[in-house]
Ligand binder design. Structure first.
Ligand code: ADP
Ligand code: ADP
Length: 228
């Protein structure tokens, strides 16, 4: 599903954020990406949805070799990827319903299919009753649930989340994790960069630890392995 071969990334300022990464992630896996700040977690994740290109090596996601596709093909590639961010990245002027529907409109879904599917995913994240509200009227946890609904509405094969609980209190973070668990149970591959030690140590999944742009640990049902 996701494969990196000898991947390195040097930013224009000379910082080496990935240094000889080799990894395979199979369909249906749930993978935590951990490591200290500045270790290269975001870079690792951004290369998976082609927000960053590697300086060297190959990255194959859903059968597509990312370094060799044109920029104009990136939106097409991302139809099969759901993305969730620490800061939600919702459209503030639009309602919850519209934020989710928009993801279906841009890929030219038959309008008749949009409303039932939007309501279905809003139901899955427990926000059907808030479809008419704007993001600013919601709590952080609710906003993240909208972002998750948006990420899965087109039924992607992979959901990639970069610190999705980074702005949320512990209790809300557990609610968000329950939704990710349900999405993964339904067969979606999940890759999540996180600093949340309690979550990693209590909801066991594969753990990939990155330090200095290298994978230093890769364990099934792993531990977080850092103090915080
Ligand atoms: P993490 O997510 O583990 O905190 P990052 O992947 O964000 O790590 O960053 C890895 C290294 O690359 C850091 O030294 C960071 O400062 C640097 N870096 C990240 N993005 C850029 C960029 N766009 N330009 C230059 N350096 C960057
Ligand atoms: P329910 O059947 O559970 O009441 P609805 O299908 O009536 O759910 O939708 C609930 C809310 O979702 C609506 O009141 C509206 O705010 C929003 N909504 C539904 N369809 C649309 C649409 N096509 N455009 C904008 N908002 C919509």
């Amino acid at each position: 599903m996701i494969e990196m071969k000898d991947v390195s990334k040097t930013y224009p300022n000379g910082v080496v954020a990935a240094n000889g990464i080799n990894v395979k992630i199979a369909k249906g896996e749930f993978v935590y990406v951990v490591g200290p700040s500045g270790a290269g977690k975001s870079t690792f994740i951004k290369m998976m949805y082609r927000e960053e290109k590697p300086s060297k090596g190959n990255i194959i996601v859903n059968g597509i070799n990312l370094p060799s596709i044109r920029n104009s093909k990136v939106p097409l590639f991302r139809r099969n990827i759901g993305m969730v961010f620490q800061d939600f990245k919702l459209l503030e002027k639009y309602t919850v319903y519209e934020n989710v529907a928009f993801a279906m409109e841009v890929i030219e879904t038959d309008p008749a299919d949009i409303k039932p599917r939007v309501m279905e995913v809003l139901d899955l994240v427990g926000l059907k009753h808030k479809a008419r509200m704007k993001p600013t009227e919601l709590s952080g946890g609710e906003q993240q649930r909208v972002a998750i609904a948006r990420s899965i509405v087109n039924d992607p094969k992979v959901v990639i989340a970069d610190e999705p609980t980074g702005n949320l209190d512990p209790e809300t973070s557990w609610d968000i994790m329950n939704i990710f668990e349900e999405i993964n149970r339904r067969g979606t591959t999940l890759v999540m960069a996180t600093h949340n030690k309690d979550i990693v140590n209590n909801i066991k999944h594969r753990v990939i630890a990155i330090e200095g742009g290298r994978i230093v640990r890769d364990e099934q049902r792993g531990e977080y392995g850092y103090e915080n």
